[in-house]
Design a protein around this ligand. Structure first.
Ligand code: AKG
Ligand code: FE2
Length: 277
């Protein structure tokens, strides 16, 4: 069976047909998917009713999997985290972000499966960091290249939301101890394609280190707005059993928080990546 790849916008996104993600991935299909991911940055697969074990097996073909320090997971498959509005306050994802940039080695990608959806609402947007970078003027590109920024998980996961019992508070402090703020380049070069992308995000980036605080605040505000312009983004309207696979090295995303009190359940497997350069 051959894969069909249908792009959905000029900046990023493609729908992949002709594959059953419940089955072990052939080497040929692994390569096709990897190539499509590098080109389109986020891929969508429809009608994939995958079990957590199958989701983890698929994701693990692209790298080691990350176990999230704060989100709950599927007990028998801890590499698959659960975003269930009946269990967790998932508001943290209603902000433009690149996953886990508070790690020294943030995720290379993530595989997200839609398990239960509201009748409408609950869309997710992705934006291309390379399209955003390409659209900057040459002088601004030159200014940003070589600058570094500090990323901190407490920006999106504040103590007030995660420390409301003594055990949760102790756990939060432990996560804080093991996850100090990290420094990444403001412009990241994709390790495989060599494309440059803006690598700051509203979810986790607190400041541009080499600038005065007021300069950093103003420039970050501009960069957050610029990176997520409609021209560089897509909005995905989920159907149950859709699976998305994004390249987290060169994209940001935003989970729209517009459907409560309806319930929404997603499963995510996160593939670890390398140190941004
Ligand atoms: O729930 C979603 O659509 C996306 C949530 C999110 O940010 C993630 O899974 O990384
Ligand atoms: Fe995310």
């Amino acid at each position: 069976m051959s894969l069909t790849i249908t792009p959905i916008s000029p900046a990023l996104g493609a729908i992949i047909e002709g594959i059953d993600l419940r089955q072990p991935l052939s080497d040929a299909n692994q390569q096709h998917i990897e190539r499509a991911l590098l080109k389109h940055q986020v891929l969508f697969f429809r009608n994939q009713s995958i079990e957590p074990s199958q989701q983890a097996a698929f994701a693990a073909r692209f790298g080691d999997l990350h176990i999230h320090p704060l989100y709950p997971n599927v007990p028998e498959q801890p590499e698959v985290l659960v975003l269930d509005t009946a269990v967790t306050d998932v508001r943290d994802n209603a902000i433009w972000h690149t996953d886990v940039t508070f790690l020294e080695t943030p995720a290379m990608g993530a595989v997200l499966a839609a398990k239960q959806l509201p009748t409408y609402g609950g869309d997710t947007l992705w934006a291309s960091s390379s399209a955003a970078f390409d659209a900057l003027s040459e002088p601004l590109k030159r200014l940003l290249d070589g600058l570094t920024a500090t990323h901190d998980f407490t920006r999106s996961f504040p103590l007030e939301r995660f420390g409301n019992t003594p055990e949760a508070l102790a756990h939060y402090h432990e996560v804080q101890r093991t996850h100090p703020p990290v420094v990444h380049p403001v412009i990241r070069t994709h390790p495989v394609t060599g494309r440059k992308g803006l690598f700051v995000n509203d979810g986790f980036t607190n400041r541009i280190n080499e600038l005065e605080p007021a300069e950093s605040d103003a420039l970050l505000r501009f960069l957050f707005a610029h990176s997520t312009r409609p021209e560089f983004s897509i909005r995905w309207r989920w159907q149950e059993n859709d699976v998305a696979f994004w390249d987290n090295r060169i994209t940001q995303h935003y989970a729209v928080d517009d459907y409560r009190p309806a319930r929404r359940v997603m499963h995510r497997a996160t593939v670890l990546g390398d140190r941004p350069r």
